[in-house]
Design a binder for this molecule. Sequence first.
Ligand SMILES: Nc1ncnc2c1ncn2[C@@H]1O[C@H](COP(=O)(O)OP(=O)(O)OP(=O)(O)O)[C@@H](O)[C@H]1O
Length: 120
Amino acid sequence: MKGRCFRERLGFALHGLQLAISRERSFRVHVLAGGGVLGVLLLARPPLVWWTVLALTAGFVMVTELVNTALETLADHLHPEQHPEIGACKDIAAGAVLVATATAVVIGIVFAAQWFRGWP
Ligand SMILES: Nc1ncnc2c1ncn2[C@@H]1O[C@H](COP(=O)(O)OP(=O)(O)OP(=O)(O)O)[C@@H](O)[C@H]1O
């Protein structure tokens, strides 16, 4: 990876995204949810700060899911047999996705409440 040009590195990253979409159902769900968030933003037309907050939130969830998928892939490849530490590694990574998703739900509720009350 060292010394490659930007175009090549971008290609590797896009390949990673393509792999995650084709292999990981949860990531596909998060991508669809991201599209849903964009739809809601277009409908609600909130102040610019909400676009930023929701974009960061959706990106945060997708990034944790990508890291979780990468860790699972690595763990399964390096140690296909059962081992408590592999289980711990996967559970901790899944915990990261849970924290990100719970954060997104809280932010979604605050957004909905603010939308209901009207934008300032
Ligand atoms: N090699 C292993 N050794 C010990 N426990 C494991 C191992 N593989 C999986 N586990 C346990 O089973 C759980 C489910 O593992 P699995 O590989 O099916 O991932 P998953 O949670 O279904 O992830 P995803 O739905 O994102 O693919 C893990 O969280 C872990 O607790």
